[in-house]
Design a protein around this ligand. Structure first.
Ligand code: ACM
Length: 268
């Protein structure tokens, strides 16, 4: 299968313009089966107030942005993971939505809120769900979630083969850390970052797709909008062997660590 990433520059508070930009990039892109878009791709990031964040939010069921992407997924037969400014009642979540050709297939709400996000958003309340796709098991994390090794390990142990990671990165470290997470968990990681600047924050681009052996399969520029596409063999993420006598999951010394987390399929 082919995985694509849309590295672009969302406009703050401009849902219609962001929808048009994403669709324009997708329509002119080479074909791909699954697309990953940045964090808060519908709305931009650095809101000046909670009111501004709220005004740029939509509900899952009544979102012009998601409806347009859903129609594109249906007509192209592809899947999409997009960051989404989600309103649910009075609350806002910094969410990632999985769309398939036949409708919405998954929702994740960012667990670890960064800087002023804590003024606008409520921390995620859906845990760390795993989603079935035609190619295998997919997990979703949003941007600063990357900093917490526990979430990568938990999802990998649940069988996730590819982690879709919509991002608006501003710190310089994530792209350095990602090959380590991919390698130690033997999974694919697809970090789709944005470019540009907002409210004094500079976003670092360099969207990155990493293989289970830690190789960069795609790497975006630091400052340009870009469409990136590569072949991904999800089965490569099912092999946790490191050598003929070592296994990334099987060799864990959980009794020593003091935490007992079983890999998916192991007896609980
Ligand atoms: C971030 O979580 N957007 C840095």
């Amino acid at each position: 299968m082919r995985l694509g990433m849309i590295q672009f520059e969302p406009r703050l508070g401009q849902i219609a313009a962001n929808t048009e930009r994403v669709l324009g990039l997708l329509q002119n892109a080479p074909s791909a089966d699954l697309w990953v878009l940045p964090e808060l791709a519908s709305s931009g990031y650095a809101f000046g107030s909670r009111e501004a964040a709220y005004a740029a939010a939509e509900t899952l069921d009544n979102s012009s942005y998601l409806l347009a992407l859903q129609e594109w997924a249906r007509s192209s037969g592809s899947w999409v993971v997009t960051g989404f400014n989600e309103r649910s009642g009075d609350l806002l979540y910094n969410s990632a939505v999985l769309l398939g050709p036949s409708g919405q297939k998954g929702l994740y709400r960012k667990l670890h809120l960064f800087l002023d996000e804590q003024n606008f958003f409520t921390p995620g309340n859906l845990g760390l769900p795993v989603f079935d796709t035609p190619w295998g098991k997919l997990g979703m994390l949003v941007c600063f979630d990357w900093m917490f090794p526990e979430v990568w390990r938990l999802l990998a142990l649940e069988g996730v083969q590819l982690m879709a990671h919509p991002s608006n990165l501003v710190l310089p470290w994530c792209q350095t850390a990602m090959p380590g997470y991919a390698l130690t968990n033997r999974i694919f990681t697809a970090t789709c970052n944005r470019v540009g600047a907002e409210g004094g924050l500079h976003f670092t681009g360099q969207s990155l797709l990493v293989s289970p052996t830690g190789e960069a399969l795609l790497r975006g520029s630091g400052d340009q909008e870009e469409v990136l596409v590569a072949e991904v063999d999800w089965q490569a993420a099912s092999d946790k062997a490191i050598t003929s006598r070592n296994n990334a999951f099987g060799d864990r010394r959980t009794a020593v660590y003091g935490i007992e987390i079983k890999a998916s399929g192991e007896q609980k």
